[in-house]
Design a protein around this ligand. Structure first.
Ligand code: FES
Length: 92
C-alpha cells in the first residue's frame, strides 16, 4: 500500500506484510493500526460519514487513532510502527 493510496481525511484497509491494517491519513500524518477488532477479531471498515473505524460484527467503533468510541470492544486498535520507502508504507 502506498501512502498516496490513502487520501487526506480518509481511512483505507488492506494488508501490509501479511498483517491486516487500517490506515488513516489526517492530512499531516498517517496512522497505521492493526485492523483486528479487539472484541472477537473481525476486520473493521472505515465509516466515511462518522469518521470512525466500524466493526460489522457487533458494532464496536474506533476513532481514527484506534481508541474505542463504542463497545463491546474494551481495548483500542493498536498502532503499528511503520516507515515510508519510496512512498510505500512498510511495517517496522
Ligand atoms: Fe468487532 Fe465484535 S468482533 S465488535
Amino acid at each position: 500500500m502506498k501512502a498516496a493510496d490513502v487520501p487526506a481525511g480518509h481511512g483505507v484497509t488492506g494488508d501490509l506484510g501479511g498483517r491486516k491494517v487500517a490506515v488513516f491519513n489526517s492530512g499531516e500524518t498517517l496512522t497505521v493500526l492493526d485492523n483486528t477488532c479487539t472484541h472477537m477479531g473481525c476486520q473493521t471498515n472505515w465509516d466515511e460519514k462518522d469518521q470512525v473505524w466500524d466493526c460489522p460484527c457487533h458494532g464496536s467503533r474506533y476513532s481514527s487513532d484506534g481508541s474505542v468510541v463504542r463497545g463491546p470492544a474494551m481495548d483500542p486498535l493498536p498502532p503499528l510502527p511503520y516507515h515510508l520507502a519510496d512512498g510505500e508504507i512498510v511495517l517496522d
